[in-house]
Design a protein around this ligand. Sequence first.
Ligand SMILES: Nc1nc2c(c(=O)[nH]1)N[C@H]1C(S)=C(S)[C@@H](COP(=O)(O)O)O[C@H]1N2
Ligand SMILES: [Mo]
Length: 355
Amino acid sequence: MQNSQKPGAKSYLITKTLDPENQETPIQFIHEDFVTEKLFYRRNHFSYPNFVSSFYWFHVDGSVHYPRMFSLQEIQALPSKTVKTVLECAGNKRGFFKPKVFGEQWQKGAISQGIWKGVPLSTLFRYTGVMETAREVVFEGYDFGELADSNQITYFSRSLPIEKALHPDTIIAYEYNGKPLPFKHGFPLRLIVPEWHAMASVKWIKKITVIDHEFKGPFQAVDYVYYPKKDSDEGKFPVTTMKINSTIQQPLDRQILNTGFHTISGIAWTGKGVVTKIEVSVDGGVTWNHANLVPQPERYAWVRWEYKWEVLEKGEYSILSRAVDSEGQEQPKEAMWNRKGYGFNAIDIINLKVE
Ligand SMILES: Nc1nc2c(c(=O)[nH]1)N[C@H]1C(S)=C(S)[C@@H](COP(=O)(O)O)O[C@H]1N2
Ligand SMILES: [Mo]
């Protein structure tokens, strides 16, 4: 199995680190709903795992009536479900927080989307049963390493509340855009959790454990937690659903344009509900105009939008985009600052010069 990029292989990503591999999507080049593997962002906490995929199987145990193993072949033989969804890293846009925070300085490209095919987790639980005492489901990946602040070996693992785990659109995926999952994105099996930030979508599933208490692993109880205060943990709460957000893809920040007609285009997405409105300002937020949505918004997916702008006067311009969703959430002027830099969703802004 190939588990690292060949030297010299063409990459179109923006590199942050190579081992663990963290690279972002050049989001300005994404003009379709299905991001190809070459352009899909990569976010890893550890080196890529090593295992023999031909003997692949995983355990489901814990608070279930009939603990058992599933092989990849068994999973693929069960009734399948496809989900078109965004995966957005909780740290997407972290680099824009002011004051700055520590952690990967993601710009706007820790987000991608495509079609995932797999089996609802709830289907597996029909085989194992779930005890009444069940509270959460823990997913452990094959990747592991030492955490920065201890020398203990830890596997990447995360939990979901039982209700979210049993949601019919929470799936164990084995295909992406009609092909087997790429290794770097979790082959042979990864969890896909629509609406939630992508840390929940555990790759390279090794085991699934139903528990009757709260999971306190480091990627659950220490990381992926909003800490609103710089110097204390007061007011902390877990990162779960994505927030209403939008990104201007074209033109580029600091681009120089001629007078005349230009198309301002981008994407907008949310966790709960659907995006209902995107507005664009070409005068630094004084006046706002409706952007066209292409195509119509769907649950779980991003919507592309555009605004035709005619500019006659030379000068400098601030262009803003602001999205609203069906839950009444609207992008704020300023993102909620938090110590680990999650969930940046302030109104997007670029600056242009017209000559
Ligand atoms: N096993 C495992 N699953 C994981 C991670 C990881 O490091 N190991 N990273 C998570 C995070 S934080 C994100 S944003 C997404 C990234 O998925 P991708 O690399 O397929 O884009 O995977 C999630 N699932
Ligand atoms: Mo992430």
